[in-house]
Design a protein around this ligand. Structure first.
Ligand SMILES: [Zn+2]
Length: 264
């Protein structure tokens, strides 16, 4: 398997703003892996249109908009369903934990599993082939809400992802980039990289193209949630909090609650 070949990844749209990623199997022409198929119908339509067949499913977390289509997809034929070790995901064929590898040798695909708790307690990300499938943990220019985790957990998870190689392409679960950039620029109005990124994202969205994938090097320049140690981000968070913040985790917690109430 050539791990250096860039993956071919198709964005299947679902619901209002979800992406289901269809990853072409380098070793099996016409076969794809689906990441987070929350809805079967658009996946089946894209498979049919492109003459592809489903060979495996990866799930990042238990939310219905990420797993809701699994049953209907399996009705068309059994495939491996690889998911976090969580009883709320009933249809998995393999439960994975932090540090494990998912090797789909016949497809020519292999991923490392990273536990990234925060959005949910059992959320995982899959990293391989210079690509990261991170569900609702890291969004472009933003991050997921903490439904089950704590700010220190979520911050640690994001830092883990940010430490992966810069060229890593980031495939998130939702098209939130433009709205996230409005918040990012409220935090760092003078961030030239974020302003340039906002303009290029606006062009792509106006053409109805996905803003994704991003890359980790772009995210480290524009995403305030990955920049909690930067002086500009800390100063903005402290201004919003009206008090000094003791460390990067406290800055992260302040940013997350600021974003939760942010009105554009
Ligand atoms: Zn979610």
């Amino acid at each position: 398997m050539n791990n250096k070949m860039p993956l071919q990844v198709h964005a299947t749209r679902a619901f209002a703003d979800n992406y289901i990623w269809l990853v072409a199997a380098p070793a099996m022409p016409g076969a794809v892996l689906a990441v987070d198929p929350g809805d079967a119908a658009p996946v089946l339509a894209d498979l049919r249109r492109q003459g592809l067949s489903l060979a495996a499913i990866l799930l990042t977390h238990h939310h219905a908009d990420h797993i809701g289509g699994v049953g209907a997809l399996l009705a068309h034929g059994p495939v491996p369903v690889i998911a976090p070790d969580d009883p709320r995901i009933a249809l998995k064929t393999r439960a994975v934990r932090d540090g494990e590898r998912v090797d789909l040798t016949e497809l020519g695909l292999g991923f490392e599993v990273l536990a990234v708790p925060g959005h949910t307690t059992s959320h995982v990300a899959f990293w391989g082939h210079d690509a990261l499938f991170c569900g609702d943990t890291l969004f472009s220019a933003g991050c997921g809400r903490m439904f089950e985790g704590t700010p220190p957990q979520m911050h640690r998870s994001l830092q883990r992802l940010a430490a992966l190689p810069g060229p890593t392409r980031v495939y998130c679960g939702h098209e939130y980039t433009a709205a996230n950039l409005r918040f990012a620029l409220a935090v760092e109005p003078d961030n030239a990289a974020a302003r340039a990124y906002r303009d290029s994202v606006a062009v792509r969205r106006a053409a109805d193209e996905p803003s994704l994938p991003s890359t980790l090097s772009v995210e480290c320049e524009v995403n305030p949630f990955l920049r909690c140690s930067k002086e500009s981000v800390r100063a903005a968070a402290e201004r919003h909090a009206g008090r000094p913040l003791e460390d990067a985790t406290a800055v992260f917690a302040e940013l997350r609650s600021w974003k939760d109430g942010f009105r554009e």
